[in-house]
Design a protein around this ligand. Sequence first.
Ligand SMILES: Cc1ncc(C[n+]2csc(CCOP(=O)(O)OP(=O)(O)O)c2C)c(N)n1
Length: 556
Amino acid sequence: MRSEDMLTGGQILVECLKNEGVDVIFGYPGGAVLPIYDALYDSDILHVLTRHEQAAAHAADGYARATGRPGVCMATSGPGATNLVTGIATAAMDSVPMVAITGQVPTTLIGKDAFQEADITGITMPITKHNYLVRDVNDLPRIVKEAFYIATTGRPGPVLIDIPRDVSAGKTEYRDPGPIGLRGYMPRLAGEPAKVAAAAKLIAQARRPLIYAGGGVINSGAAEYLRKLAETIMAPVAVTLMGIGCFPGDHPLFLGMLGMHGARYTNYAVNECDLLLAIGVRFDDRVTGKVDSFASHAKVIHIDIDPAEFGKNVPVDISIAGDVRTVLVDLIKNLTCNPDPAWQEKIARWKKEYPLDYSREGLRPQAVIRELSDMLQGRQYRVTTEVGQNQMWAAQHFCITRPRSFISSGGLGTMGYGFPAAIGVQVACPDELVFDIAGDGSIQMNIQELTTAVNYELPVNVAILNNGYLGMVRQWQELFYNRRYSQTELTNPDFVKVAEAFGAEGLRVEKSAEIRPALEQAIASSKPVFLDFIVEREENVMPIVPPGEAISRMLG
Ligand SMILES: Cc1ncc(C[n+]2csc(CCOP(=O)(O)OP(=O)(O)O)c2C)c(N)n1
């Protein structure tokens, strides 16, 4: 081999990433990844330097959720790698395609408690779809190709590649690895025709059908077919938190979110339907409440790419394994239906009787969301959220009309997710308006990323619903712990001054009449903006299904 044909492992990695179409990496350097950062120095891949590795992972995740393309994050060995863990687990729980690259101590030191050694492949085993420790630089091209393939095919998820420093520094010739051959990994894509026919038969018999749709619809690009299905069989559509955007929020058949903070009419409809068409969902406990009472009058059809989901939480009558889009295309052909007109009428009555409403006095968080939602209609925008009341109010009151524009940590419920995710989303969608809906607690979990937003001129906006509490926990203490507010009252910094100190813009809003002008100012600004909304302190997210209860038994 001629020496001029030799590349370092770092250079080979960069070549491989380019071959995979990677245009941005979110990361943070350190000793064990120096050969990779050295190779990046000559590359035209954009590297976004976050201020914490957790934020790099969330930014990569936000990028992936906004685009459908895998997000890439990178960290050094030891603490850098462990700082990625929350971000990887967040992506895993929500089926987000991600490739995480970590540095590792040299192969000769592995297992010797070397400086900054952490067994990151061991640590991330349960939160990755697959992970690799690269022991030979010659294996890198194959591993990178496999990692992207695994992250993006079937049910998407995170894959980690751990690269010891001697491997990224080692030299060899770059060779294309050729076709991928992964024994035992065969994502099932085509639906099962006999089962599709059986499902069509059940649909024809149903009088009160209801669709329960989730993130799988968005992942498979099936929103258009979901809409066709719903309109063909005249079935109302309830969505999970992850499913928000898979069906237009302004469609007459839209029922909004079901489950713990679902609307009363939505949960009643789930309770009374006689056919539940569960599409790209996993029957999460926040959705089902008490499992035996969930949709207990209904036959259940479950369509999902991951057969491991069938019957995991709720028994199903027909399960169809396959890509949701492919299955829906098949199912829509030759469908007949016979819904009872009284079903639609009943739902319309419930909608009138139990709207998602709130008090108009003072500055209400729901009013902030509604106003923002109204202002953004007709424009290109994306919304991320933090976790807590802010997230649930956003889910209840934002009218989202297209997929990939509502981005939130559903499965893991990660506070500190929304702001770095918004940074990743803004990188992916430079021409769109990006808003993070935040709580005053959550924003402080990754507030340091304001520097990243300022440095890269990313004009993300953060609407902080500042109630001076860890609101959702306080709400539970109010309802279920006799108002004993143990450790949930917050002392906050002045968010306006914080924003200014970081070189961003800060605006404080204390009256409801000021909501719109402040939002307008934020939208017009070319800088990142923190909007500090001083909202009513003890507002609650209603309705709420008490933990362990049937979803038809809501408070509020
Ligand atoms: C990393 C992390 N730690 C703790 C929690 C538990 N938790 C869920 S909601 C919540 C309160 C969130 O408070 P805040 O961000 O102020 O939002 P609010 O509920 O007031 O809108 C907490 C502590 C969590 N979800 N994530």
